[in-house]
Design a protein around this ligand. Structure first.
Ligand code: ADP
Ligand code: TZP
Ligand code: MG
Length: 309
């Protein structure tokens, strides 16, 4: 981050023009979602990478939900019948995953089970590309990723991207491993195109895309919401994005996709700001962040800055 583009958006946001009113119905949906997570302790299962699997589970618990992790298609399909949503993260892959994920996502499409995809490192490796390309036929309810991942997934799925802001054919960047090589704003058109595509495939026409970074961007394909705030310390621990995907699935158990994506991202911004104020470095930050996920109230989550366009 830190490009001219992101500086411009940061300064536009600091004037907080367009910040949703305190009584906007969307804020009420977000507060209700956060309260419902606390009240009902929903289970969101995960098929996720083994670098950050423990942090994902801990973040889901600290946010108020519960966790179950598996890599077996039969487990995931059975658990889908008793949980509110599933989280799929392709950060670390093994040869049998393509078959397992085909079986899993086909079962979700058949039953209408809602799920969140984190397309970690999209664009790297023939097998990851094959797995993510397959998912176009059985897509998720929410895609959550960094800017490079969102841009790459929209291109992989050959979606029509029509915003001025988008990278053109001269784009030669590729994901920087699991980190983003692109600015959040440059993923605007890709995020909208992806959200529209997902919404066209879900049984109720509802879907969302969340692009994380210094200023997060969330869209249902129609309206774009920008969420400033948070802490750059999030980039100094592994699993900030992965666990945000897991917590988004926790919220999706009790809320519509847009409120779920916004609620989880707002929770992360508020908790990371509070953790950064009390920690000395990445180690204590990670601990304090889990504590703050636990402590932030539904009202505090719903009152974060949300700039609608
Ligand atoms: N520079 C930053 N300032 C504030 N928050 C950030 C910054 N970079 C990332 N974040 C936050 O860190 C979390 C993970 O985002 P990100 O680092 O983009 O994901 P990933 O780890 O998948 O690349 C999100 O909550 C996002 O808002
Ligand atoms: C380091 C790493 N390598 C493969 S998956 C992974 C974790 C990525 O976590 P995040 O996307 O949340 O930074
Ligand atoms: Mg990531």
């Amino acid at each position: 981050m830190g490009t001219t583009n992101s500086n411009a958006i940061q300064s536009a946001i600091s004037s907080v023009a367009g910040n949703l009113a305190a009584d906007d119905p969307l804020r009420l949906r977000i507060r209700d979602a956060a309260a419902a997570v606390r009240d009902t302790t929903p289970l969101a299962q995960s098929f996720t990478n083994f670098v950050t699997i423990n942090f994902v589970a801990n973040a889901q618990l600290a946010a108020g939900g519960t966790a179950a992790m598996s890599f077996l298609a039969s487990d995931i399909v059975d658990i889908a019948a008793i949980c509110g949503a599933t989280y799929v993260n392709v950060g670390t892959l093994l040869p049998f995953y393509r078959h397992a994920l085909r079986e899993i996502t086909a079962a979700f499409a058949e039953t209408g089970h809602r799920w969140v995809l984190d397309p970690v490192a999209a664009g790297l490796g023939a097998d990851r590309t094959a797995i993510l390309t397959d998912m176009r036929a059985t897509p998720p309810t929410i895609v959550r990723g960094n800017a490079s991942e969102i841009i790459t997934l929209a291109a992989m799925w050959e979606l029509p991207v029509d915003d001025d802001n988008d990278l053109d054919d001269s784009r030669d960047s590729r994901p920087n491993g699991v980190e983003s090589a692109d600015d959040v704003e440059s993923a605007l058109g890709a995020a909208k195109a992806l959200a529209r595509f997902l919404a066209s495939k879900t049984p109720d026409g509802e879907a969302a895309v969340a692009v994380s970074g210094a200023v997060d961007l969330v869209t249902d394909g129609e309206t774009v919401y920008r969420l400033p705030g948070g802490s750059a310390m999030m980039t100094k621990i592994t699993g900030a994005g992965c666990s945000l995907g897991g917590v988004t699935a926790t919220y999706l158990c009790v809320a519509d996709p847009l409120a779920a994506a916004l609620g989880a991202s707002l929770l992360y911004n508020r908790a990371s700001e509070r953790a950064a104020a009390t920690s000395d470095g990445p180690g204590t930050f990670q601990q304090h962040f889990l504590d703050e996920l636990w402590k932030v109230s539904p009202a505090a989550i719903a009152s974060g800055d949300i700039v609608a366009e």
